[in-house]
Ligand binder design. Sequence first.
Ligand code: 9WN
Length: 418
Amino acid sequence: MVVAAPRLYPHQWSWDAAFIAIGLARISVPRAITEMRTLLHAQWDTGMIPHIVFTDVPGYFPGPDVWGTDDAEAKPTGVQTSGICQPPIQAIAAARILQAGRRAGGRDEEDAEAFAIEVVPKLAAWHRWLSSARDPDGRGLVEIHHGWESGMDNSPRWDDAYAAITVNKSVELRRHDTALVKDASERPTDTEYQRYLHLVAQMRSVQYRDTEIPPIIDFRVGDVFMTAILAVAAQELAQMGADVGLSGQVADQLALATKAQAGVLSSISPTTGLCRDFDARSDSWTSAESMASFSALLCGGDSLVCARQQEIITGPRWAGHPDLAYALPPTVSPRAEGFQPRTYWRGPNWPVMNWLFAWALRRRGEFALADLWRSEGLTQLGDLAFSEYYQPFTAEPLGSRNQSWTAAVALDWVAEQA
Ligand code: 9WN
């Protein structure tokens, strides 16, 4: 397996692993398969793919002792994991591995076919779990119970939900991240971490049992971006299942994709035309503007909605802002109140997000914009820092260096462009 980053993240992360496998598939089908197998080996009995699979390397907080998932009945034994999940990129990666194997032929093709047959049922179970256990109110949106599940940890998307949380008993923070990333403003604050840990403690108190979490957790938000990814991932899986003769195993995936797509479209604000998350605790749509506001561009489903979102994201409020170093969308609009160009998910540009949106645009036939973001994205990565994120005006590399998924994105783009 590949760790998410050499020092900051010395373990395997779920959606990182999928992006990493997409990059690896360009240079080594067996390595891409190993990456995915390692992750899926840690899949819980419920179908959940945990967000972290721990190595025994120390130096990350919160580690296995804080998660305490050994008490969770659904966790497989012999592996240490966190107790939450992340966006479901895995079927997209599996389909790319199959494609790469078939392109290469020979042994790679045989391995990729065998791998596809092995993972189709696992990924189908994962999607089913997201669509059922994580949609307890039947709203059509995947509900998350921690900002980390969104992958966009401290995005303004979660500000209201987090503001409503009162942490009664503060936890001792043993953070390593702020020692490794020298400028603390690039990372979330201690107050944010107190809330993060509070939610982990709540889930742990019910041994991570799916049905017992919603009634007790202080964070329940329907995540529109995760839902859009589920919609495309389920479509990819339906196709891949049919390709390897396992149509029966994926019989529900297109319906599940349609439900997720409808969930995304139901979130569109009639005033802005943008997607929104739904806060189940306050029973209201959120108003924060972020890259997730453009989730319809990932899953499509309504050409007028997509055309409007594409116009906004390429306009001066976003990727067309005149002061940007590259014409790429920052995680938050530079014109939004609270935009912070150096702080994690509150403004910087994330290469992996550029890849995801460019991939989805290409898939929906939007070649010109997909080409532009690939070419701008590759130029940005020409600094060879492979940073976790970038200051959008100066292109200064921020967060971790040699972040694995950033390198993976570069590998895929270079090969695709060739
Ligand atoms: C918590 C590994 C992960 C990414 C997330 C990113 C960051 C972790 C952290 O790093 O989150 O999961 O410790 O900050 O926000 O998207 O998967 O690269």
